[in-house]
Write a protein that binds this ligand. Structure first.
Ligand SMILES: [Zn+2]
Length: 382
């Protein structure tokens, strides 16, 4: 099983400058290669399929090698990192199409580059209780905070900057198979605005978001920013301070996601999540985080359509928008069942999930108007 191990790098001044430079060159290569592919797409518009000419990964690598002769600055970056950039672009274009792949803007893109070849990477050594080091091509020996063991063989290494800190991510093969099912009971979860994550057994996970002190500080900094001259050093300092506030919030949210996902997948054998189309509700990375923890802890994950789960009674199945008294309370108009709105929704999601996974058919189903009779008949025939 491939796992990721991420550590905070402790680059010295020269290394940080070199990392920034390398990422900048990778960005330039990405943009130039994407430009080339888009130009080709425009040329191909009038042509039939068999006469279309596309740049490939191999042809772009050849052109990169030629370009290095006239543009020596390209050679400053490790060549494997540049090739990896072209490979990533090739993959992205195949998957999403040339027009959907984005430019890497200086402001919008978090600088990163990858060393794809494990033979070029030195062995990661532990130097002290909280200190590790690894030798990377051209960067030399880089030190990082040894916060956990590597636990496996390194396949490749990615260096990236997240805000003001550089991190190193080792892709590690841990020689373990995916965990067998853990045999725990199933659970449904509802992701909401009032409570970030509510489980069908009544557990609620809360405590993320910006704290009052942080909100005050952010407001203060934004007011200060409003009357600072563009391009000035003071303005840049304020922008950095704002970035630090957001960084804390981001880290806290990521930590919450991992802890919640770990708890849910160790205490349960099946987690049913709603298949939300609105990603901005809370924690967009939630889905992938849960899946990763699920694989590790032997817990299945399934997604079900979220329609009407917040308006359906989990006891009698009655659907009414009025049952949802407020954001927080649910009170059934038909049978008088009362519950926390999010927990009620989570119970509906669990019932949908059990039905979808074939673990149980009885219980609350989706509302009648979502379940046309002919489909019921088809299912009974199965
Ligand atoms: Zn009811």
């Amino acid at each position: 099983m491939l796992i990721g191990r991420r550590y905070r790098l402790k680059l010295d001044f020269g290394q940080a400058a070199y990392a920034e430079r390398t990422a900048g060159i990778c960005r330039a290569v990405w943009n130039a290669a994407l430009d080339q592919r888009r130009a080709a797409a425009q040329l191909n518009r009038g042509r039939t399929e068999d006469r279309a000419v596309w740049p490939s990964f191999a042809s772009q690598c050849r052109e990169l090698a030629q370009a290095k002769r006239t543009e020596p600055w390209l050679g400053e970056a490790p060549s494997h990192c540049l090739q990896q950039t072209l490979r990533d672009l090739d993959k992205a274009c195949r998957q999403h199409g040339v027009w959907r792949v984005r430019w890497r803007g200086k402001r919008r893109w978090e600088p990163s580059f990858r060393f794809p070849d494990a033979t070029q990477i030195g062995e990661a050594r532990r130097l002290g209780r909280h200190l590790g080091a690894v030798r990377l091509p051209k960067l030399g020996n880089v030190r990082f905070r040894w916060s956990r063991p590597l636990a496996g063989t390194v396949r490749n290494v990615t260096v990236q900057r997240d805000g003001r800190h550089w991190h190193i991510t080792f892709c590690v093969e841990n020689h373990l198979a995916e965990s067998a099912p853990n045999g725990q009971p199933p659970v449904g979860i509802d992701r909401g605005v009032v409570i970030p994550v509510a489980a069908s057994d009544g557990q609620c996970f809360e405590g993320v978001g910006m704290r009052p002190g942080e909100q005050r500080r952010l407001g203060h900094l934004q007011r200060r920013l409003a009357h600072q001259r563009k391009g000035s050093n003071r303005r840049r300092r304020t922008v950095r301070a704002i970035g630090r506030v957001y960084e804390r919030v981001r880290n806290r949210r990521a930590d919450f996601c991992h802890q919640t996902a770990h708890t849910l997948t160790t205490e349960h054998g099946l987690v049913v999540v709603e298949d939300l189309r609105v990603k901005h509700m809370t924690a967009s990375a939630k889905g992938t985080v849960v899946e990763w923890h699920g694989r590790k802890n032997g817990c299945g994950i399934i997604a079900v359509p979220a329609a009407y789960t917040s308006q359906t009674c989990s006891v009698c199945g009655h659907v009414a928008a009025e049952s949802r008294e407020s954001q927080a309370r649910f009170c059934c108009q038909a049978c008088g069942h009362q519950a926390k709105a999010d927990v009620n929704a989570a119970q509906n999601i669990l019932a949908l999930g059990l039905r979808a996974s074939g673990r149980g058919g009885v219980g609350v189903g989706p509302p009648m108007k979502r379940q046309p009779p002919e489909r019921e008949v088809a299912r009974a025939a199965d």
